[in-house]
Design a binder for this molecule. Structure first.
Ligand code: HEM
Length: 405
């Protein structure tokens, strides 16, 4: 089996660092192996993510999936992955997403999470020195989304730190979807064991909420189970999906945003001088960082794309990161411009699957950026290390030097 497009080896641990350049200049559609395509142009990516006729997300529609069972037949990892919103067929997706959408609308996030996120961001930023060196990932980027999740689900902060460790093993294991050859058996076994740990933890908690509901999001999900809208597995999967989809991606955004500014120091001052730029700056950071490298869709019918014969059951990986650097849509895509307008990036995907937590992630980034530009005249990045995961890029650490105003 061939691994990767010409010049791209998914097993290269240095790949996450140079993904934009690695994929730049490739044809619009690249066959990575039989039935598995990478789509790299913005217009195609944006269209396919929304397309509900030619494409879907039901993982069982992927040719050979039910025979291969790449997550491990009967494992907790398989049970969880198959229940994710992003892997459900249209009907189940509508039901589950409908039940979990109300707390995540822009208005609901603003009303119920604004003060919480602002308070947590302030606490983390204020704990740092005016001048000095810290690990930005350990001090801000990892704890903020973890504590937001802990508050929303009413969990002790310490438990979430532990859950984040387990979650990392899952992030490693999902690369099996990109290419089974890049996840070795030990990684997969660790992913499966980690998922069992996560499910067990959340299930105990969900049982407790069934007996004594609160006003947290797990109680919300348990309430939908009580009303017969969600199954018990839906409850556990959605709790896990919020943890999985919401913490590592946001951590990557909060780290990558600082790295982007460090490479364009004038932009930091622009935001400092004009706070109205915080919002567009966060959108530009999303475009620039694109924490989720790629989003998969399965072909529901045969069709042709740029002369390539796509067959029903093929996987189309929509390369979000590459699309967000498409020069035909983003002039000077390699320039980090905090006032970029328009900026219709696809960092949160598109169509009915558009990221459920987008408003939460934006809020976290805005709160951190607002406080950071006020407090420091610059943040220099001394050393940044990424985990060698591909679907979701994550930072292991990022040593920074902050210089106070
Ligand atoms: C910077 C942070 C984030 C990024 C870049 C991100 C990115 C994405 C992307 C690309 C998708 C797939 C969309 C598609 O296939 O069209 C997605 C889906 C999803 N995200 Fe996020 N996400 C982030 C934060 C969050 C947060 C904070 C939460 C929850 C609290 C969350 C929950 C979800 C869920 C539940 C889905 C599945 C939606 C569906 O399939 O209907 N995400 N996200």
């Amino acid at each position: 089996m061939s691994v990767g497009a010409p010049g791209i080896d998914f097993r290269d641990p240095g790949l996450p660092r140079r993904l934009h350049s690695a994929f730049a200049g490739l044809p619009p559609v690249v066959a990575l192996r039989d039935g598995f395509w990478f789509v790299t142009r913005y217009d195609d990516v944006a269209a396919l993510l929304k397309d509900r006729v030619r494409c879907g997300t039901d993982i069982h529609r992927v040719r050979g999936y039910d025979e291969r069972r790449p997550f491990g037949a009967g494992s907790a990892l398989e049970r969880f992955q198959e229940g994710l919103l992003i892997n459900l067929g249209a009907e189940d997706h509508r039901r589950v997403r409908g039940a979990f959408t109300p707390p995540f609308t822009r208005a609901a996030v603003g009303a119920s999470m604004g003060a919480l996120v602002a308070g947590l961001a302030a606490e983390l930023v204020e704990a740092l020195p005016d001048d000095g060196e810290v690990d930005w990932v350990a001090e801000v980027a990892r704890p903020l989304p973890a504590r937001v999740f802990a508050s929303l689900f009413a969990l002790p902060d310490d438990d979430v730190e532990q859950l984040m460790g387990l979650l990392h093993e899952d992030t490693v294991a999902i690369d099996v979807l990109l290419d089974p050859a890049i996840v070795d058996e030990d990684d997969l076994a660790r992913g499966q064991a980690a998922m069992l740990g996560l499910v067990t933890y959340l299930e105990e908690l969900a049982v407790a909420r069934l007996a004594a509901p609160g006003d947290d999001l797990l109680s919300w999900l348990v309430g939908a189970y009580r009303e017969g809208v969600l199954s018990w597995d839906d409850v556990l999967t959605q709790a896990m999906e919020s943890l999985a989809a919401g913490t590592s991606t946001t951590q990557t955004l909060l780290s990558g945003m600082v790295e982007a500014f460090a490479s364009a120091p004038g932009e930091w001052e622009r935001v400092h001088d004009d706070p109205a730029l915080v919002r567009p700056a966060v959108e530009e950071a999303l475009r620039w960082v694109s924490p989720a490298l790629t989003m998969g869709r399965v072909a529901l019918e045969d069709f042709s794309l740029h002369g390539c014969a796509i067959r029903e059951g093929d996987v189309l990986q929509c390369a979000v990161l590459v699309a967000n650097r498409d020069p035909s849509v983003f002039p000077e895509p390699g320039v980090f411009d905090v006032a970029r307008e328009p900026n219709r990036h696809v960092a949160f995907g598109g169509g009915v699957h558009t990221c459920l937590g987008a408003h939460v992630a934006r809020l976290e980034a805005r709160e951190v950026l607002t406080r950071a530009v006020a407090r420091w005249s610059r943040i220099e990045v001394l050393e940044a290390e990424l985990h060698p995961t591909l679907m979701i890029r994550t930072y292991k650490s990022m040593r920074v030097r902050m210089v106070g105003r």
